[in-house]
Unconditional design. Structure first.
Length: 260
């Protein structure tokens, strides 16, 4: 099993466990069911965010955790980057040894925040038209915060692609490289793990689940995060993007699939 975090295990408002999240993780641990928690965290260092999850009762072994910061260096060398996102993300990048360059960057590196402005978009476009590459830390569709929903990194990447004809790469979900790394780590728990035997659980149908489905995974959509109900999104999806199952939250997933 692969499990998303934001909107799936913890809520968007208070960053506390959603109903059933603790029970789900405890059951997976006690039954030694192979799983990976795959989050698009970019606001804290990987170690800090993992520690936070454990501190709120989600007893996730460190080797069961993966986020894009852990795979970033394999995709983006530590050269000059123009990075955009929350101040916490910029601080994490600097601590990792990246040079933030808003004069002549080699890459535009995009994470999420709720208050991007037009001048920032204009600056990104200038860099891209001057030859910088475009990289998203993930490809989420919607960013939910304070009961509001903003365009996610995926939506902004699509806008920049349309504006500049510049293709982009994605570090985290739903990139093939990120899921491949999650599978590699899952095989530390079960050596013969295959995508076809994995279920991906997330509140982001297009940003997480569609990529998982394309690799052969089963997909479970939970309504505890970005969407108020399935009618907001599922009728507008292509047949291949539609999830295999829909539940209210991970408590319903735990009750339906793991509780005896």
């Amino acid at each position: 099993m692969f499990i998303d975090v934001q909107g799936t295990l913890i809520d968007d408002s208070h960053k506390q466990p959603i109903r059933g999240a603790v029970a789900l993780i405890d059951t997976l641990n006690s039954r030694q069911i192979p799983y990976m928690v795959v989050t698009n965290n970019t606001k804290r260092s990987s170690s800090d965010f993992w520690y936070y999850l454990t501190s709120v009762g989600l007893h996730i072994p460190r080797e069961h955790y993966l986020d894009p910061l852990m795979t970033l260096e394999s995709m983006v060398p530590k050269t000059a980057v123009a990075a955009y996102g929350a101040s916490e993300f910029l601080a994490v990048l600097s601590a990792m040894g990246y040079t933030l360059d808003y004069a002549n960057p080699q890459a535009v590196l995009l994470a999420i925040k709720e208050d991007f402005c037009a001048d920032e978009y204009a600056q990104m476009i200038d860099f891209l038209l001057s030859g910088a590459s475009l990289v998203g830390m993930h490809e989420t569709t919607i960013y939910a915060k304070h009961s509001k929903r903003y365009p996610g990194v995926g939506a902004i990447l699509k806008m920049l692609e349309f504006a500049t004809s510049q293709s982009y790469a994605v570090v985290g979900k739903p990139s093939k490289a990120f899921y491949a790394e999650a599978l590699r780590r899952l095989r530390w728990q079960q050596h013969d793990a295959q995508y076809e035997r994995i279920t991906m659980v997330s509140d982001d149908v297009k940003g997480d689940l569609s990529g998982a489905a394309a690799l052969g995974m089963k997909t479970v959509f939970v309504l505890s995060g970005k969407y108020k109900n399935q009618e907001e999104i599922i009728p507008y999806l292509h047949e291949r993007e539609r999830p295999d199952a829909v539940y209210g939250d991970v408590y319903d997933v735990w009750k339906a699939r793991l509780q005896e």
